[in-house]
Ligand binder design. Structure first.
Ligand code: PLP
Length: 393
């Protein structure tokens, strides 16, 4: 089939026309259990009534004005997010990359305000922060940068989960404005750092007077069994970015900041036409209300533990499986060989999964899956891995 869409994605040969809860219906009528959630976007499942009602009501009243004016729904959303995250103020954009762009600009401006002439941002090897020029530069994956030189100056990468390496870089450079990292690597292969790592990074940032920027775009809003993954370690970063699940499919991103840095970007220094418009804000408010009403962190933690235990019971002795890991409903099964083909195998069994970092099956089911659906995911994933093992040389 010829397509008028630029070939930036290697798309699978399937499309969907409707969804309900954890299930998607394809254009040919087939039903698929969704363990991807649009890469941790539709975390309340598809066609959630609270989101549907909020955006349908709002679309009858007002879609958009401009950030030239007061937007009461955006104010309410910012206040709620800030209080959940332990932050003071929020800037809204439309995507993860934009949320991170705001965080990068804020960090550089904070550095400049504090006398830095060439502020540096330290990020992690294996980390992912987006596809714009600044977020691509921040991303610690050389492959996706090929062809886009010259990249931005002012970024240094250190190995993830290596506190000594970070300490050395901070000691060697005087003008570090920020350390920016994911609390669990998502695209990098569901890499969960050692317990205490995030708290140690917080300590180093304090000791070296630089900001700690946590990218919660994939992990935020209950995915790991806490509202924010940094809350597993009782720390508060200076800046936190969000996007993906905030609108359950309605595009919205957020860059949140603690009191001491929330006034760094002043009128004229950053902006977004659409960011936090009434439609997106109404969706995000409905998402937060639903997560709260259903005590979602506890539900995600329980379901995640059950799935992890189920996967371990079935696969721990499987020689093809190198590691089974995760936090909450962000689960990774690392194989000893590349396994992108398992996506099609699982799809043949009417399950949608994702493979990242070549050999890691990534499971990001919606939080509303039932115990039975969680078990179905475990069964099918185990089955396709066992079949691969039988066929492997
Ligand atoms: N940061 C993280 C941790 C992500 O996982 C992603 C997307 O996968 C992004 C940033 C970029 O978000 P977006 O694709 O909305 O620009």
């Amino acid at each position: 089939m010829t397509s008028a869409i630029m070939p930036t994605y290697a798309r699978q040969n399937i499309g969907f026309e409707s969804g309900e809860g954890a299930w998607l219906t394809a254009t040919d009528g087939g039903r698929y259990l969704d363990a991807v959630s649009g890469i941790s976007v539709c975390n309340l499942g598809h066609a959630h009534p609270a989101v549907h009602q909020a955006i349908s009501r709002q679309s009858q009243k007002l879609l958009h004005t401009s950030n030239l004016y007061q937007i009461p729904l955006q104010e309410a959303l910012a206040a709620k997010l800030a209080s959940l995250a332990g932050m003071e103020m929020v800037f809204f954009g439309n995507s993860g990359a934009e949320a991170n762009e705001a965080a990068i600009k804020l960090s550089r401006k904070w550095g400049a305000d504090n006398g830095m002439t060439a502020p540096l941002i330290v990020t992690m090897t294996g980390g992912f922060h987006g596809r714009t020029m600044a977020t691509l530069t921040a991303t610690g994956n050389a492959k996706i940068k090929v062809g886009f030189a010259p990249l931005l100056p002012g970024f240094i990468h250190v190995p993830y989960n290596d506190i000594d390496a970070l300490q050395q870089v901070l000691a060697a450079h005087e003008q570090v404005a920020a350390v920016m990292l994911e609390p669990v690597l998502g695209e990098g292969g569901v890499v969960v750092p050692d317990a205490g790592y995030l708290a140690a990074v917080r300590g180093l940032c304090d000791a070296h007077h630089c900001l700690m920027v946590v990218d919660e775009i994939q992990t935020g809003l209950c995915r790991t069994g806490r509202w924010f993954a940094y809350q597993h370690e009782q720390i508060i970063p200076d800046v936190v970015t969000l996007a993906k699940s905030l609108g359950n499919g309605v595009p919205i991103g957020a860059c949140m900041a603690q009191a001491r840095v929330s006034g760094v970007l002043q009128p004229g220094q950053h902006g977004s036409t659409f960011g936090g418009n009434p439609l997106a804000a109404s969706a995000a408010l409905a998402v937060l209300q639903t997560l709260q009403a259903e005590n979602m962190p506890a539900r995600v933690e329980r379901l995640g533990q059950a799935m992890l235990a189920g996967l371990e019971a079935r696969l721990a002795a499987q020689p093809l499986v190198r590691d089974i890991r995760g936090k909450g409903l962000m689960l990774g099964i690392e194989l000893t060989m590349p396994c992108a083909g398992l996506v099609a195998d699982a799809r043949r069994e009417h399950l949608l999964i994702n493979v990242t970092a070549m050999n890691v099956i990534r499971l990001l089911p919606p939080f509303i899956i039932t115990d039975e659906e969680a078990q179905m995911i475990v069964d099918i994933v185990s089955r396709v891995i066992e079949r691969l093992a039988e066929a492997a040389p």
